[in-house]
Design a binder for this molecule. Structure first.
Ligand SMILES: [Mg+2]
Length: 364
């Protein structure tokens, strides 16, 4: 099979509400606007000489990024290549990790469609039937968080991740509300997004842990392996950190015994192929992992779900909230949560198809 065509389409989609994370400064919470914002996406369509098309997604693009401008350079790289040649294509890959992720997803979609199997069968097979999701709660006013948790609890979610790192009193109020609303059995993680100093992390984590925490993510500024290790030694709550595409950083975290769990996801790592390699490192080191998110639409979510069901190394509920955080999607059969979990589509490849009328309507 050979790649014969490259197309890129961009869209804009509104979120349910603003998604604010801890910044290390005094995030203004009271009176902060909660109006929905729009996120920009791009989709990669790789045509092949076997008549099948592979899909990839650039999720929640930062301002100024225009993947459509990459069409020519991607044609130079990919036309005539065999989609199964992952190592050859990704060695000395000249683009950023988001583009690598979009290409990786489209290659896996092509491989699965060519063979007539779902992508998870190329990633180790069906290890579990579904991926459990922890609903991610951003920095919002406490009464809005109370309503949000009640709504998601009633939709079947039993795991939550709260973004903290604004004012500690505000954070504590929100943790208490989530525990009261979600119930004693709910699993609750916190994500400080690197907002705390070392001293703050060591002071605040035990204070928030009285409400029962499964883990705390990115507790300290800079995310240095030595500082993370100091936090981990000082508190009794398991520590999570992102590894992005710095997979050498996994080794550093292991050497310093800095974390119990890593956060990885295809856009952060640069695709499914790289994620599986990182998971091999975490499994060897005896540490857990969860799938983080850049808040994907349907194509990106599909890639994540195929990874999640095929990976024993994913040990905690994951952050795949895109299908409920965006008000629209671009696939013909959008994902629906079943008891707070996502099930992979059964069709070949990623198992999703672009809704061309939606692409046109949301085009940017
Ligand atoms: Mg995080």
């Amino acid at each position: 099979m050979k790649i014969t065509g490259v197309q890129i389409r961009q869209v804009q989609v509104p979120r349910q509400h603003r998604t604010i994370v801890g910044t290390g400064v005094d995030t203004p919470v009271a009176g902060v606007g909660d109006a929905p914002t729009r996120s920009r996406f791009a989709f990669l369509l790789l045509q092949s000489d076997e008549g099948v098309c592979g899909l990839g997604e650039w999720s929640d693009l930062e301002a100024g990024l225009e993947p459509a401008a990459l069409r020519g350079p991607l044609e130079s790289l990919l036309l005539g290549r065999n989609p199964f040649d992952l190592e050859a294509i990704f060695t000395a890959f000249p683009f950023d990790r988001s583009t690598r992720c979009a290409v990786d997803s489209a290659l896996y979609d092509l491989m699965g469609k060519a063979l007539g199997v779902p992508v998870y069968e190329l990633l180790g097979g069906c290890y579990r039937p579904q991926v459990e999701v922890s609903w991610v709660v951003y920095i919002r006013q406490p009464e809005l968080i109370g309503e949000e948790i009640a709504r998601m609890r009633d939709r079947g979610f039993g795991a939550f991740k709260l973004k903290v790192g604004s004012r500690i009193d505000h954070d504590e109020t929100c943790v208490r509300i989530i525990r009261e609303t979600a119930g004693p059995g709910a699993r609750l993680k916190l994500d400080a997004s690197g907002a705390w100093t070392l001293a703050e992390a060591i002071e605040y984590i035990p204070r928030l842990a009285q409400y029962g925490l499964q883990a705390v993510e990115s507790p300290v500024q800079g995310r240095g392996a030595a500082d993370l290790a100091r936090v981990r030694q000082a508190v009794e709550v398991p520590i999570i950190e992102h590894v992005w595409d710095r997979w050498d950083y996994v080794l550093e975290l292991v050497r310093h015994q800095s974390v119990d769990i890593i956060n990885l996801f295809p856009e952060g790592c640069g695709g499914l192929f790289r994620c599986k390699k990182v998971l091999a490192l975490t499994e060897a080191a005896g540490i857990g992992a969860l799938l983080g998110s850049t808040v994907e639409l349907g194509v990106g979510t599909a890639a994540q779900v195929h990874l999640g069901v095929s990976s024993p190394g994913i040990t905690l509920p994951s952050d795949l909230i895109g299908p409920a955080m965006y008000r629209e999607d671009v696939i013909t059969q959008p994902f629906a949560y079943e008891g707070g979990a996502l099930v992979p589509p059964s069709g070949p490849g990623l198992g999703v198809e672009l809704d061309l009328a939606q692409l046109e309507r949301l085009g940017a």
